[in-house]
Design a protein around this ligand. Structure first.
Ligand SMILES: [Zn+2]
Ligand SMILES: [Zn+2]
Length: 196
């Protein structure tokens, strides 16, 4: 595994800037991988790991970078809970470690660097130095990842009777004998409105 500095360099390039969230995310991922004993998440161990993230902020990109887990590989799962937290799951054992950033780490950063005006700068310096126990709480959890949620799972794909678009397994509903995509079955859930 690369050093913290090397990973932060990669995170900066990939995310577009270096920020406190990147540092927190890189450290959170390193801690999680360390707890699971996964040393080469983007190499030999790449099929062992699934990561659940509970926030869509800067740290999320850093966690994806360090773990190699990606939405498009089905190894990064997003739960929009608004928490600076992630669970790293070892598929080989089903054990996971859920790591949460402590709310009081900002206060610690202020105490360490009161002479620095920018809160972002304070946090960027402090989050490199503070101990894992000062930055995070952690708990061991069990995660039963549904086989259908894992990479490589193959199952039926249907054409929606409403819109005619193709839909992957498990993402359609039977309504009045017709198989409809979620958008046609539950229009109120649509995130878009057709323009006139
Ligand atoms: Zn950022
Ligand atoms: Zn449809």
């Amino acid at each position: 595994m690369e050093s913290l500095d090397e990973l932060l360099g990669l995170a900066e390039t990939s995310h577009g800037h270096l920020c406190a969230g990147q540092i927190l995310g890189v450290r959170m991922a390193l801690l999680g991988l360390g707890r699971l004993g996964i040393e080469a998440p983007r190499g030999a161990d790449r099929k062992r790991l699934v990561t659940y993230v509970e926030i869509d902020r800067c740290a999320t990109d850093a966690i994806g970078l360090v773990t190699g887990c990606r939405l498009g590989k089905r190894t990064l799962k997003f739960r929009d809970w608004g928490k600076m937290a992630a669970t790293f799951v070892d598929l080989a054992s089903g054990r996971g470690v859920r790591i949460v950033a402590r709310e009081d780490s900002r206060e610690l950063a202020l105490q360490l660097y009161p002479h620095i005006e920018s809160k972002g700068r304070q946090q960027m310096l402090a989050y490199r130095e503070l101990a894992d126990t000062q930055l995070f709480t952690e708990q061991w959890v069990r995660v039963d990842v549904d086989p259908a949620e894992l990479p490589g799972y193959k199952a039926e794909r249907i054409l929606c009777s409403g819109c005619g678009e193709g839909v992957n397994f498990g993402r359609f509903l039977e309504v009045g004998g017709q198989r409809l995509c979620l958008s046609c079955a539950r229009p109120e859930l649509r995130y878009w409105v057709l323009e006139e």
